[in-house]
Write a new protein. Structure first.
Length: 294
């Protein structure tokens, strides 16, 4: 995010949409003020209103009396007219609230409204499009998604066992929805990722096992289970048979369903996101000895 300092003076309605290299200016009763505008990284879209700061001397000289500059913010021109259709800014010309620029983008007419209700200037600002803001929100939620913290039984540190079901799970605390958001002038998008499945890839060439998470954990103090849960896998070969001769390159993943909603009422479903933690599955084989009782 970029912060652009702007000093304020009287301007007419600009011909093109506002850009950071063309500071937005305004004028209040002959008193100039200073403020700042927050823009996106490309410095082409206004992210927040520009508020007046400390007062300065009148640019026209005046009587030398310095008066406080009222707090002013940019709002859509419809906030002044109360309509979504045509608006009439201070130059008396009739304008549509939105217009299409030569490059195909859309700009919206904004009015600078001060706390006393006066409109000090008008300006076109380039509007954000839903796909670009949504992509930024997806990036935000992706950064927030946790990598699975595998919980295996038998314990992976002690080694897994051939022909014994390996239970896999993720901590219950990781099994919660994660949200991310992004905003630009006139639009905000919220993306929500919800965990829906655990995927265990054993790494031994067999197909991954998918189950509803977060998966059960084995309780050695409880009664013996009558059957292995859906979130389990049985290795048939020791990891000594793996190409590296030491471990199977396994992994545990969380599959997240992703939805989005925009402030303009649009919403939808996006492609799932997947977070993965690689595992070194050491699997041992134990020989059972059978003795003849005779």
């Amino acid at each position: 995010m970029t912060t652009v300092l702007a000093s304020f003076a009287l301007v007419a309605l600009s011909a093109g949409p506002a850009r950071a290299d063309r500071p937005i200016t305004f004028f209040n009763g002959g008193v100039a003020g200073e403020g700042e505008a927050r823009t996106d990284q490309d410095r082409q879209q206004l992210l927040a209103s520009v508020s007046a700061g400390n007062a300065g001397p009148s640019p026209a000289g005046g009587d030398g009396v310095v008066e406080p500059v009222p707090s002013c913010v940019w709002q859509p021109s419809t906030a002044v007219t109360g309509t979504i259709g045509q608006v009439v800014p201070e130059n008396g010309q009739v304008h549509e609230a939105d217009r299409v620029e030569p490059d195909g983008s859309t700009s919206r007419l904004y009015a600078r409204i001060c706390e006393d209700g006066t409109v000090t200037s008008w300006q076109w600002f380039a509007l954000a499009d839903v796909p670009s803001v949504r992509a930024s929100a997806v990036d935000d939620v992706r950064r927030r998604l946790p990598l699975p913290e595998p919980v295996l039984s038998p314990d992976l540190a002690r080694g897994l066992v051939v022909n014994v079901a390996t239970w896999f799970a993720a901590p219950a605390g990781q099994w919660t929805a994660v949200t991310g958001s992004a905003e630009a002038l006139g639009l905000s998008v919220t993306v929500t990722a919800t965990p829906v499945e655990l995927v265990f890839d054993p790494g031994d060439g067999a197909a991954p096992v998918t189950c509803a998470g977060p998966g059960p954990t084995f309780d050695a103090s409880g009664p013996a289970p009558t059957a292995a849960p859906d979130c389990s896998y049985v290795y048939r070969d020791a990891s000594s048979a793996a190409p590296n001769g030491r471990f199977w390159p396994a992994s545990l993943s969380i599959r997240w369903s992703v939805t989005w909603a925009a402030s303009d009422g649009q919403e939808g479903v996006l492609e799932p996101l997947i977070t993965t933690t690689p595992l070194e599955a050491v699997v041992r084989e134990y020989q059972a000895l059978e003795r003849n009782g005779s």
